[in-house]
Design a binder for this molecule. Sequence first.
Ligand code: SAM
Ligand code: SF4
Length: 329
Amino acid sequence: MALIDNHGRTINYLRLAVTDRCNLRCNYCMPSEGIAFAKNHSLLTLDELERVSRILVDLGIDKIRITGGEPFVRKDLMQLLEGLTQMEGLKDISITTNATLIGPHIDRLKALGIRNINVSLDAINKATFERITRRKQFDIVHNNLIRLITEGFNVRINFIVLENQNEQDIIPILKVMKHYNVSVRFLEEMPFNGGTKSFKGIKWNHKAILEHVREYFPDLYKLESPATSTSINYKIPRHTGTFGIIPSFTRTFCGSCNRLRVTATGDVITCLYGKPKANLRDLVRESEDDSEVKTLMNEVIGQRAKTGFEAQEEHAKTIFNNSMTSIGG
Ligand code: SAM
Ligand code: SF4
């Protein structure tokens, strides 16, 4: 079975947010006081997360990225991962994490064969990290990151370039990571809660980021990337890993978008820039019958916006008042 949208795009990738809670307060993601977190009973339970995943895998999803909030604040996360690794038809499970709490789980993740871990790290300077995240967790994140890389995980660092906050760390992070097999991906900031709060423009768009890196590393060159990749990837000669740029704000990737998002409360988001199109929680709570969820999913996938710019129109002239901690990035 395959999920194919009204523009002929096959949807095989689910980003599943397992919580909206987080132990950091990154200033581009959340206000310092946090957001109005969902009530416990509105979050999908472990069984519901498994069931929703199972139904979506039946429909054609073969890749699930676990995100949040911070996925590891959820005490039953490893149980969910164990369940997902047994799921027939699911080929790839990956995690996006701030790497503060992953340490005790690294051995088990390895044993489960979960290798693809994205670590969000927006600074290589401790003071800058603490300013952005509003928490003192740099050393633990740094240690866990290096451990993940040296233990052979396929690690990608997500670094959002923030005007007047961390641009001075762009070159240093590439230098520090020079001998590690890791991909450092620089992201354009999106105007969500706590961040720049406007769609008018950002200074650090993908061109500005690339030119900045090129000034220091003039012999960098572009790599071939898979069609569904959101990042444009580059290699700096003599660096073990690679780096990439994700144009989240300028969006050049919509034509090949293969992704679907389900939030921790069961909202279905068919485009990151649009509004939720359905909610699965009540449906799975009311009925044991999976066919209703399948019908609903086919319906919403059949009405997807063609591009993020089109989807964004739904927000009329307002800014997004949602936080990435609810949507999952
Ligand atoms: N807590 C985990 C983490 O930080 O990796 C997972 C959830 S976080 C919401 C997922 C991704 O969204 C992170 O890579 C984060 O950097 C990104 N993100 C959050 N707010 C963003 C924003 N305003 N613009 C672009 N990316 C954002
Ligand atoms: Fe937490 Fe991730 Fe948001 Fe930072 S980006 S506040 S780590 S959810």
